[in-house]
Ligand binder design. Structure first.
Ligand SMILES: Nc1ncnc2c1ncn2[C@@H]1O[C@H](COP(=O)(O)OP(=O)(O)O)[C@@H](O)[C@H]1O
Ligand SMILES: O=P(O)(O)O[C@H]1O[C@H](CO)[C@@H](O[C@H]2O[C@H](CO)[C@@H](O)[C@H](O)[C@H]2O)[C@H](O)[C@H]1O
Length: 467
């Protein structure tokens, strides 16, 4: 491993906040695909993978580059294969190529067999990949170099993988979780840079990024340019953590109050916003958000949602009335960097650390520019309110009180910790509009991904139109 460009900066707390772009300054340069037959194997194997983002589309993936890594144990060939999808997006597929008599990790999915008899394995499930990744990654300043073989010996891929693939490394030094970005793009990934910046200003509510890997590959201008971007990140493992959504659903179903946890989550959310203001400052003065701009954005998003989900059509006028009420609210809070896709599945709870916040990539359906755009911090609070509704519905809360109490305590915790006192009319009206905005987004998300869940956000839309 090489020490990162952050080595000269303050690792935790205080100034200076490091220049985040330096995390992509030392990429591993990808070369051409060299293994005959590999592309054909990959083309037939990829579409059935859960994380494959182009299911149901026509057209083959095209090879772009291979970032070759060295397995320190010398057991197998490891390559991070970058392919272009028909949509133009780039997908990362780590592969391990083993001789027939080598033993891949038990249960590792096999991509296929090459004509020369060697076996191609899904890299994320193979110890050779983990060893090679750890040996090649750049570390944050002060992170110890553990033994890659020990770290890989008890690796476990997180089940239920969706957009990315994460590998638990409980015996790494320190214990970590390696997230392999399936979709990669030119430039820094906010899921590396934002947690790193938050850790560097001393906020411990985010698992600290320990190491990351950056690659370089030919741009989409017929190879005239080379671009670099993050391929994955190793973060501190929150030991004994439970996913916030599973925890809330379980408590809702058991009729156990979520009030105290919601109060604490509200406080953590306010601390996150304070840390984001310091870690990823918005250029220029902290002016109040312009109500007209906010309403314009909300209306545009609502129109897109109505177009994408016909079930919303007969609610469009009522939606517009709620959203346009923001115009008359007077002075709004300033815009700042926010989480952007904040829900209970993005937070972990452990008895030792309380709440930890994950995944600063923003809404998956938004463009990279939209994801980084300064926004109203209340948007995150509204996202978490929506999530409490989901937990009540999915977990089977036995009384509406469960949700009502959790929602009220979340807002209390947030406002108390952010110095806002009790909710005033502006805050309540803004929260209503932003919660409605999120519920509309969720209707579209569910129509596309989990049609049987559409009634959950739709009930939220209807409640917010009545309130
Ligand atoms: N630092 C961590 N410590 C413990 N578990 C984690 C950590 N980061 C992520 N996880 C677990 O891995 C899962 C996937 O992580 P996440 O960052 O949400 O990936 P994705 O982008 O694929 O949704 C989470 O639901 C959580 O259970
Ligand atoms: O976690 P992602 O960044 O992929 O977010 C997307 O998927 C989420 C579902 O996994 C989706 O969240 C919605 O469902 C959750 C329950 O599964 C619920 O807690 C959230 O409140 C609700 O928004 C999220 O909207 C989407 O962007």
């Amino acid at each position: 491993m090489t020490d990162s460009a952050h080595a000269a900066t303050t690792p935790t707390g205080g100034d200076p906040v490091p220049d985040p772009s330096s995390t992509t300054a030392n990429p591993l340069v990808g070369g051409p695909w060299r293994t005959p037959g590999l592309l054909d194997l990959l083309r037939s194997w990829l579409p059935a993978q859960r994380w494959f983002p182009a299911k149901g589309t026509t057209g083959d993936v095209e090879p772009v580059a291979v970032v070759e890594l060295t397995d320190p144990a010398g057991e197998a060939e490891v390559g991070l294969h970058l392919v272009r999808l028909p949509s133009g997006a780039l997908l990362q597929v780590p592969l391990v190529i083993r001789h027939d008599d080598d033993a891949p990790l038990e249960g590792a999915p096999t991509v296929g067999r090459l004509d020369d008899g060697r076996v191609v394995v899904d890299g994320c499930h193979d110890a050779a990949f983990v060893r090679a990744w750890l040996a090649s990654a750049e570390r944050d300043a002060g992170v110890p170099v553990g033994d890659p073989a020990t770290a890989a010996s008890t690796m476990r891929v997180v089940s239920g993988e969706q957009s990315n693939t994460s590998v638990l490394l409980p015996d790494a030094t320190p214990p970590g979780i390696l997230k392999v970005f399936r979709g990669v793009g030119a430039g820094a990934n906010p899921d590396v840079e934002v947690p790193l910046a938050l850790s560097h200003v001393g906020w411990s509510g985010v698992p600290r990024p320990l190491a990351w890997l950056t690659g370089a590959w030919p741009g989409d201008d017929a190879g005239r340019s080379t671009v670099a971007g993050h391929l994955g990140v190793l973060s501190e493992l929150v030991v004994g953590a439970e996913d916030g959504f599973e925890l809330a659903c379980r408590m809702a179903g058991a009729g156990e109050s979520f009030g105290a946890l919601a109060l604490d989550l509200g406080r953590t959310t306010a601390e996150m916003h304070d840390a984001l203001r310091r870690a990823v400052p918005v250029p220029g003065p902290e002016d109040p958000a312009a109500a007209d701009d906010v309403v314009r954005t909300l209306r545009a998003r609502a129109a897109a949602a109505v177009a994408a989900a016909p079930v919303l059509a007969d609610r469009a006028d009522a939606v517009d009335r709620v959203l346009s009420s923001v115009t008359g609210l007077g002075t709004l809070p300033p815009l700042q960097r926010v989480h952007g896709d904040y829900h209970l599945g993005q937070v972990l709870h452990s008895s030792a650390r309380g709440w930890s916040v994950l995944d600063f990539e923003g809404e998956p359906q938004a463009s990279p520019e939209e994801r980084m755009r300064p926004d109203l911090p209340m948007r995150d609070l509204a996202g978490m309110l929506r999530s409490l509704d989901y937990a009540a519905a999915v977990g089977g809360a036995t009384s509406p009180e469960w949700d009502a109490e959790a929602r009220a305590r979340l807002v209390d915790g947030y406002l108390t910790a952010s110095g806002g006192g009790t909710a005033d009319d502006v805050t309540l009206a803004l929260l209503r509009a932003l919660e409605l905005d999120k519920a509309l987004y969720e209707v579209v998300y569910e129509v596309r991904n989990r049609p049987t869940w559409v009634p959950i956000p739709l009930a939220g839309v209807d409640r917010l139109l009545q309130d």
